[in-house]
Design a protein around this ligand. Structure first.
Ligand SMILES: Nc1ncnc2c1ncn2[C@@H]1O[C@H](COP(=O)(O)OP(=O)(O)O)[C@@H](O)[C@H]1O
Ligand SMILES: O=C(O)[C@H](O)[C@@H](O)[C@H](O)[C@H](O)COP(=O)(O)O
Length: 242
């Protein structure tokens, strides 16, 4: 049995241990055969425009998880990528329980225990969008620690054509403090930024599913760079799967 303190494979391979990953409350079962793949529409075209499988390359699906501390631009970047790719966008903030939101609104940082079910809910919501026939989904989640990213890394297990990518938006604390201070109508106040940097584990070099984007630039430059990296990654995967 894996625990949340055990790092998992970063490329969707089955973990070497035989167990499923579990928070002690929820676990993800293996995907039922083929259930995550889009079915042909009545015109014989797959939902994403690809041709059906009979001998042709299998459809590739992607989860794009935009990560980083409060104020780094997750929502801004994720909406842009989802709009351009024309895939669903999941705003992670909307998946918090009321008690989590009450806590953050009161300036109290969440604990690991507060975050497990949120992370699992986000993973399952992403898979539901893919099961509906979408060939991609973009979601936001701070995913500050490696073990939080590992919760999402379970999603592509047993599904070779599903690719998980993190887009980590990188900026120093003082830059994000200024942005959160200027942001209105959000339960995360500026005094929460420091607590996020306190626990932040920037992705390591071995986390090869992470695309790091420098977000100290203008929103336009950041969105263009992130989108470019996404499109290049999709092209690379498409070419290598042919
Ligand atoms: N590259 C950027 N430069 C300056 N301001 C930005 C940039 N990206 C986002 N913002 C602004 O910073 C604030 C936080 O952005 P947001 O997308 O809500 O971040 P997050 O979802 O990570 O908390 C918003 O007011 C947004 O308009
Ligand atoms: O937009 C933001 O300001 C952040 O995304 C914020 O809402 C928060 O970071 C998480 O939703 C809470 O979870 P963490 O404490 O794990 O970041």
């Amino acid at each position: 049995m894996l625990s949340y303190n055990t790092s998992v494979a970063v490329n969707g391979q089955r973990p070497s241990s035989s167990g499923t990953m579990s928070s002690g409350r929820q676990s993800i079962p293996p995907s039922p055969g083929g259930a995550r793949f889009p079915s042909p529409l009545s015109n014989g075209i797959m939902a994403n425009g690809a041709t059906p499988s009979n001998g042709s390359p299998a459809t590739q699906q992607h989860i794009w998880l935009v990560t980083g501390p409060a104020g780094c631009g997750k929502s801004t970047v994720a909406k842009h990528i989802a709009d351009v790719l024309r895939v669903p966008f999941i705003e992670g903030d909307e998946y918090h329980t009321k008690s989590n939101i009450d806590k953050m609104s009161a300036g109290i940082p969440l604990t690991d225990a507060d975050r497990w079910d949120w992370l699992t809910a986000l993973r399952e919501a992403s898979i539901r969008e893919l099961d509906r026939g979408n060939d991609g989904v973009v979601l936001t989640c701070s995913a500050l620690k490696r073990k939080y990213r590992d919760v999402i890394r379970v999603a592509p297990y047993f599904t070779p054509n599903l690719h998980l990518h993190f887009i980590y938006l990188d900026a120093p604390e003082e830059v994000l403090l200024a942005r959160v201070s200027a942001r209105k109508n959000h339960y995360m106040s500026a005094n929460m930024v420091h607590s996020q940097f306190d626990i932040l584990e920037r992705p390591n070099a071995d986390e090869v599913d992470v695309i790091t984007v420098d977000v100290t630039r203008s929103p336009e430059a950041v969105m263009a760079d992130a989108l470019d990296r996404v499109l290049t990654t999709m092209d690379d995967i498409r070419l290598s799967s042919q």
